[in-house]
Every structure is written in C-alpha cells, then in structure tokens.
Design a protein around this ligand. Structure first.
Ligand code: EPZ
Length: 424
C-alpha cells in the first residue's frame, strides 16, 4: 500500500492545471459500448478508476489504447455481456455497464456492487427503473448476487426517481438511448456529469432533451456513430485544491477550472474568507487570513454543496476562527476523517450525520489513514496546512480519482511526495 508524506506549514503559491473529470469519464467509457465503432476521448484522466473501466471494456472484447491523455476505444466487437464480480467489487461505477450492455446487446450479467466505507450504496433505483423498460431481471449465483437482465426489446417509458440519483439517472439514459420510443425521467440528477454524458451521447447521434435539468427526455434511435469528444475538467479536483488554499493560505492560479460547475463551492469559500477572481483562462484564489467558521454546511444534490467536497471543507473548518457544523445529507457514513483529523489536533464531535467542528489555531502533523478517495485528499490538504510531517497511508485510494495529487500540490508550492510504507 502506498503512502503520501507531507511536510506542512508553508503558504501556497504557484499554478496548476486541473485534470479531466473522473465522474464524467466513467459513465462515458461505459457509454462507448453503445456504438459499434471507434470513440476518441480527449482530456481523459489517467487514474485507477479509469484503468478499471478499461479493464472491463477489455473483458467485454473491446480494444483500448492511450495517446497521452487521449483514450481511443474500439467497441466494434463485443464478445461477452458478463461483467465479472472482481470488476464490480473493485469499482462500483462498473454498474453503469448495466444500461450500456442492455442497450447494445439486450442482455447483461453483472455482480451487485458492494457498498463502501461511505455507505451501503444500494442500486434499487437503477433496477426498478430499468425493469419498467420491458427488461426481465433474475438474480443468480449461490448468494443471488449476480444480476442477469435480458429483453427482446427495450421500451421507452416514464421513470419517476425517488431521489435524484446520479448513477440511476445515467443507467436509465444508457438503457434508453437505443430503445423503442421515448423515455422521460422525472426527478433526474442535475450533476454536471449527467449533463456531460448527455452531451457525449448527443454528439454520437442520440436524441436527448432537458440535459442538466430534473426532467430528461430520451427518444430512442437506431444506432450511434463514432465520436471524438473532449472531457471537461474535474470540478471536485478543482474544489479540492481551492480548499487547500483556504486551509494553508496563499495565492494560486488554477487553470482549466470548470468554474461554472463550482457556484456552491465558491459561495462557501467566499463566505469563509477566500478571495476568488475568475476570467476565461484561470481562477485566482487567495486566502490571506485564518478561515472564518461556517454556521451550518449541508451537502445536497447538485446544484447544492457537493458531498464529494465535504471532507475537504471539514479540513478547512478545523482551522476556522470559531465553531462550524457540517450535515452530510447524501451518504450515511461519510465522516471517516473525523478520527483521523483528531490525531492531528482537530476538535470535532459527531453524532449521526452531523459533525460540529471547533476551530483550532493549527494542526499537528501525524500518521493518518485515507479511508476513501475524497477523505484521503482532505488529509493531504490537512498535512499541507499542518505544522510538521504528516504521513497519509492508503494513498492508493487517492489515486483512484487524482491523476497526481503530489505533482499538482507541489506546483502550488507544497512539499508532498509518494513513499512506500516499508520505509516508514
Ligand atoms: C455518484 O455516485 C458519484 N460517483 C459519487 O462520487 C458522488 O458522491 C455521488 O454521485 C453523489 O453526488 C460517480 O459519479 C462515479 P447516487 P452514485 O446514486 O451515482 C442512494 C467520488 O468520490 N441510492 O447519486 O453512486 C445512495 O446510497 C464518488 O467521486 C439509493 O439508495 O451516487 C446515496 O445515499 C463518491 N439507491 C444517494 O442515493 C440507488 O439505487 C446518492 O447516490 C442509488 C443511490
């Protein structure tokens, strides 16, 4: 298991370019299966989750290759409709092959994705919605944990989502693109990554209205065609580095930042004392003072404050000049960082989905564990802001979503490097 060593204490200065979006790349890689041909995906982040999705494509008989950050995928031939348990357990976004393979082959077998540390993460909204599109479902295997879906014809219908689930919205869209008739999704997720999947599919010949809204209408078409698509930048990676400035202080330029997708994050950071100026080329963000507290910060579906930024803001508010409260409304257990930040001197009390943070003057470097992707990134930020040395173990989980967090933070003036566990 790899670790990240951080020597903290300095203010940040410099500039870095924001990588392509992980959560846009993953559904779009699954969507390539809907086209019997070639897809070129530019600005694709070279991260573990993308590599896992490519492994699944290869399991299905597809060909994939890289040219720098351009991923070239040939999905002309699909020789299997089975997504192995290993693939799904490794990464739950493999569940998006459910809709894509159904759309392409009218059949798919895929293991139930496991929960993870941030919650149980069921897929009932996915399965209930897809079932209503004339798709039969059976549960196979000794533990009934293999989902086998099949149909002779996918029929468009009206889908009412109980919750604006990102994955369920994306899986319904993937199932509907080549279906007979029109599928209307009510209470659809409005995350930018849903909009980006729709933009990709429309550029490949799909017919979709209401992209990015809570009401999406998909009119089935006969086939898709080859497409050359450029992914937008990753809003959560950008937000992570914005939080680093708020925690450590300094002034930096973030290039290629998807500022239009960060309104709620910009509003919060502005409220706690950051100065943020945006133009076409870059975002300039500076923080010249100790962060101000934030009374009550609630995570919400987009365009509300993103749950994927919750851990990073917790790190910042640990250093605020007063008391803040964070309420996690999306996942049932996304406060793993509380115990880790306390090792660094943070003062946090949590109960249920509420964490109350009493800001301290500074954090002390310590050995901490990354429990999930965003929590790990938030601990690296804590190390950058802390006094002394911090070792973040379990850094592999950070590499799932950050192409090179050490490279990026060091270009902003931090002192961060990967190290293997055995020299610690
Ligand atoms: C996506 O996960 C993101 N992942 C997550 O980012 C993000 O935190 C999440 O959306 C919320 O914004 C990708 O895009 C690959 P959901 P997803 O379905 O689709 C419950 C990261 O760090 N639910 O919107 O799995 C679920 O348990 C990751 O990049 C059901 O109950 O999220 C959760 O409480 C972490 N039944 C809530 O809805 C279902 O069938 C939101 O989940 C589906 C979801």
């Amino acid at each position: 298991m790899s670790s990240i060593k951080v020597i903290g204490g300095g203010r940040l200065k410099g500039e870095t370019k924001i990588q392509g979006s992980k959560n846009a790349a993953l559904p779009i890689i699954a969507a390539t299966v809907l086209n019997k041909g070639i897809t070129i995906l530019r600005n694709c982040p070279r991260i573990l989750d993308v590599f896992h999705m490519i492994d699944v494509l290869k399991e299905l008989g597809c060909i994939a290759s890289w040219e720098s950050n351009t991923l070239i995928v040939d999905t002309t031939d699909i020789t299997s409709t089975k997504v192995s348990e290993g693939s799904v357990q490794k990464m739950r976004s493999s569940i998006l092959f459910l809709g894509a393979l159904l759309g392409r082959n009218h059949e798919v077998s895929i293991a139930y994705p496991g929960g993870c540390l941030i919650g149980k993460r069921p897929i009932d909204y996915h399965l209930d919605s897809i079932k209503s599109m004339n798709v039969s479902q059976e549960f196979l295997g000794d533990d009934k944990d293999i989902i086998h879906c099949y149909t002779d014809k996918i029929m468009g219908t009206d889908i009412f989502l109980k919750f604006p689930s990102v994955g369920a919205t994306q899986n319904v869209i993937l199932t509907a693109v080549l279906a007979e008739g029109v599928t209307r999704i009510f209470n659809a997720a409005r995350e930018p990554e849903v909009l980006e999947l729709c933009n990709f599919l429309v550029s490949a010949g799909a017919r979709i209205c209401g992209k990015g809204t809570a009401f999406i209408e998909v009119e089935g078409v006969g086939r898709l065609h080859d497409v050359d698509y450029t992914l937008s930048a990753d809003r959560i990676v950008a937000g992570t580095y914005m939080a680093a400035i708020a925690a450590a202080g300094g002034e930096v330029l973030l290039l290629d930042t998807p500022t239009g997708q960060l309104d709620s994050v910009i509003r919060v950071l502005d409220r706690i004392g950051c100065s943020i100026r945006i133009n076409d080329e870059y975002m300039r963000i500076s923080c010249k003072r100790r962060p101000l507290p934030y009374d009550i910060l609630k995570t919400q579906p987009y365009p509300g404050f993103p749950t994927d930024m919750q851990s990073q803001l917790m790190t910042v508010l640990c250093l605020a000049d007063g008391k803040s409260t964070i309420v996690e409304e999306i996942f049932e257990s996304r406060f793993q960082n509380v115990s880790e930040l306390k090792k660094m001197g943070a003062m946090i009390s949590e109960s249920d989905n509420k964490a109350v943070i009493s800001g301290v003057m500074h954090l002390e470097g310590a050995q901490v564990m990354a429990h999930d992707l965003r929590a790990g990134a938030a601990l690296v930020i804590a190390g950058v802001a802390a006094q002394g040395e911090t070792i973040v173990r379990g850094a592999t989980s950070i590499e799932r979503g950050y192409e090179d967090i050490c490279r990026d933070l060091n270009s902003l003036g931090a002192n961060v490097r990967y190290c293997s566990d055995n020299i610690l």
